[in-house]
Design a protein around this ligand. Structure first.
Ligand code: AMP
Length: 429
């Protein structure tokens, strides 16, 4: 299967690698992978990873590509929008903090609904669990009713685009009007149009779209041993995708892709929270799963501990003053080590590996046909995930470019190549 063609692309998704022909000498992206200078004739062109759970924006400055940090240093903006009052909109971490306290006015992962008919089975699964009112919009896609106002999903996604664009303008000190956006391979023409429309509503013209595995591969292009057919194992917060990409020629080619739209690191947070809630029940006879706010606080605490376990051997799941019990206010504190986390993750990991097998079968390839598997997405930072993938395939597993930044960095590199090409063309005129 080949990757979908992105209409109007100056350089199509598949040609990302080709456009990368002039880029040289990359190191790990954490340190700032090298890429050609922007040399754009106009303003900067940024790269955007519009993720299901987190979004990010990157740019090439000088010869360094980077994901731009927020004021608190974080490079990731939760893909969450909340409406505390009529006409007031908050985006990102501030919105994420409201998931527990105001779920009926807080929209999580709008990308899941973007450009899809309201009648779509997956949309219905999603809205069936949503604590807010939804309906069919005039164009057949989903509309969410908040404060007596109808919000189309494109509108909501445009707030995410506007938020990261504002961040880039602040960091770069100049207007940002053009972007390369990375999108899943599975996005069809309608969904791609919705991405373009949402970006436009935020004042951004999408100069090119790039499929996510090609973007991740492009970010890794100048790391040692890159070549042949590579696996791109992308384990994010809410979705999992595995793609086989032929990077042997200047033009990258998606050979096959398979995914599970309901498998991600968030599921692991739930598994940990369930275990912690069971323990709390045994001690205090209170079921935290039945308390919306406390349950969300527990899931957040599990996520923090999970992240900590990617760099430490042990961590603590801590929720102070979580519940009033017969004995008064009590907190939850539960130690967890890497081995326990690995056990909790094992069923989810097996599901991800089955998806990989499906992609390999589609492409008619065996694991040893891959030169390496590139780890992408926040969940791929977990040592247990990296170990399981390495053991399952028996090929090198690469994390040289930060897994959670790879897609954004690839989009930014692609953007800089377009800028460089433009500059060359205008210089020649
Ligand atoms: P992404 O959508 O690629 O940003 O991935 C988000 C998911 O990655 C969330 O479930 C996060 O909890 C998870 N994640 C982010 N950083 C880490 C880390 N250092 N270790 C484990 N999981 C992480």
């Amino acid at each position: 299967m080949s990757g979908p063609h992105r209409s109007n692309d100056a350089t199509s998704a598949g040609s990302a690698g080709g456009a990368g022909g002039g880029a040289g000498g990359a190191r790990g992206a954490d340190a700032g992978a090298r890429a050609p200078g922007p040399a754009a004739s106009g303003g900067p062109i940024v790269g955007i990873d519009l993720g299901t759970t987190f979004s990010s924006i990157g740019v090439v400055i000088g010869n360094k590509v980077q994901v731009l940090p927020r004021e608190d240093g974080s490079r990731f903006t939760p893909s969450v929008i909340s409406f505390p009052r009529k006409g007031e909109i908050v985006v990102g971490e501030a919105a994420r903090q409201r998931i527990a306290t105001d779920p009926a006015r807080t929209i999580v992962s709008p990308k899941r609904l973007l450009g899809r008919p309201y009648s779509d089975r997956e949309v219905q699964t999603f809205v069936g669990q949503a604590p807010y009112r939804t309906k069919t919009g005039p164009d057949g896609t989903t509309v969410i009713e908040l404060w007596q106002t109808d919000y189309a999903i494109t509108q909501l996604v445009s707030y995410l685009f506007a938020d990261v664009r504002d961040l880039a303008e602040k960091r770069l000190g100049q207007p940002v009007r053009e972007a390369v956006v990375a999108v899943p391979v599975a996005f069809d023409v309608t969904r791609i149009q919705a991405v373009r429309r949402a970006a436009q509503m935020a004042g951004l013209e999408v100069v090119s779209l790039l499929d996510e595995p090609s973007a991740a591969a492009l970010a890794n292009r100048y790391t040692p041993g890159f070549g042949g057919v590579v696996g791109v194992y992308d384990f994010g917060g809410g979705t999992f995708d595995f793609s086989l990409v032929d990077v042997s020629k200047a033009q990258f080619k998606i050979l096959a892709t398979a995914g599970d739209n309901w498998l991600g690191g968030d599921d692991l947070d739930t598994v940990l929270a369930e275990a912690a809630a069971n323990q709390f029940w045994r001690l205090h006879k209170v079921d935290l799963r039945k308390q919306a706010v406390e349950w969300q606080r527990l899931r957040f605490a599990c996520e923090i501990a999970k992240r900590a376990l990617s760099t430490s051997e042990a961590a603590v799941i801590s929720v102070p003053d979580v519940m009033r019990t017969a004995a008064g206010m009590v907190g939850l504190e539960l130690g967890i080590d890497r081995a326990t986390l690995a056990r909790a993750a094992s069923a989810l990991l097996q599901r991800s590996l089955q998806v990989c097998e499906n992609a390999l079968a589609k492409a008619g390839l065996r694991p040893k046909d891959m030169t390496a598997v590139y780890m992408v997405g926040g969940t791929s930072r977990m040592p247990a995930v990296q170990d399981a993938v390495a053991k399952h395939f028996g090929v090198p597993v690469r994390t040289g470019v930060a897994p959670d930044q790879a897609v954004c960095l690839g989009a930014a590199i692609h953007a800089s190549l377009i800028a460089a090409k433009r500059a060359k063309t205008s210089a020649a005129v």
